[in-house]
Write a protein that binds this ligand. Sequence first.
Ligand SMILES: Nc1ncnc2c1ncn2[C@@H]1O[C@H](COP(=O)(O)OP(=O)(O)OP(=O)(O)O)[C@@H](O)[C@H]1O
Ligand SMILES: [Mg+2]
Length: 247
Amino acid sequence: MEDLILRVTDIRKDYGHIQALQGASLSVKRGSITAVVGDNGSGKSTLIKILSGNIKPDGGSIQVGQESYGSLSIKNAMELGIRTVYQDLSLDNYKNSFENIFLGAELTRGPFLDRRAMKEEAGAILERINVAIPDLEEPVGNLSGGQRQGVAIARALRTPGKILLLDEPTAAMGIHESHSAMNILRSLKEQGMSQLIISHNIHQVFDIADYIWVMRLGRCIAGVATADTTPQQLQELILSRENQEVQ
Ligand SMILES: Nc1ncnc2c1ncn2[C@@H]1O[C@H](COP(=O)(O)OP(=O)(O)OP(=O)(O)O)[C@@H](O)[C@H]1O
Ligand SMILES: [Mg+2]
């Protein structure tokens, strides 16, 4: 396990009669970018929500570092260094970048908000993750998709984390915007941040991920090193009806 930051074993989750996860297992190597691909409804977002502590699984285990857990609360997940960026980014479009980065965790000085301190610290976090936002006072509703993703990642990493989970980080983005979002993730990897990324974009996955897990009907049916596969083979795995051997 030393080289793994995360291992999920046989996780199950039912919503009434819908079996969203039917014994999903996967692992993330420390310092890697690991992608999860799979058709709509295959259970990807449910898995992320279980890892971030938003949903309690019905069975299975989650190992983070050396410890194993049956489920995580949001607080546990935070303490373990798990940081999450959800697909909708959960930004307040009418607030500016630093207000969003400190949303719910505002810095104060006596009875007042310390806007100057928040702006300075937000600027430092954005610089550290290589996100360029010319005016931190601009409402985030006016920013580009890549910049908005940057603000959401900066918020997730406001307190240091060990693994970043991202659900569809470039959905609904244009080519240039996804490119800049991918560059943020690359620079985080250079700083040693492990990442688990859900994506529908096979080419993007090949561009950025070291390992790829394929989900189908609530299970991980294959785990491959990107260097050992091709986009076509991956596409076939996603569409395949039969379970493949999992690493
Ligand atoms: N809160 C919920 N209540 C009932 N069913 C749910 C709930 N959340 C997810 N599901 C169902 O669980 C299954 C897995 O959903 P999930 O959102 O994890 O899939 P996904 O792989 O993220 O899909 P997509 O690629 O469309 O985002 C689906 O059949 C979905 O309809
Ligand atoms: Mg989803």
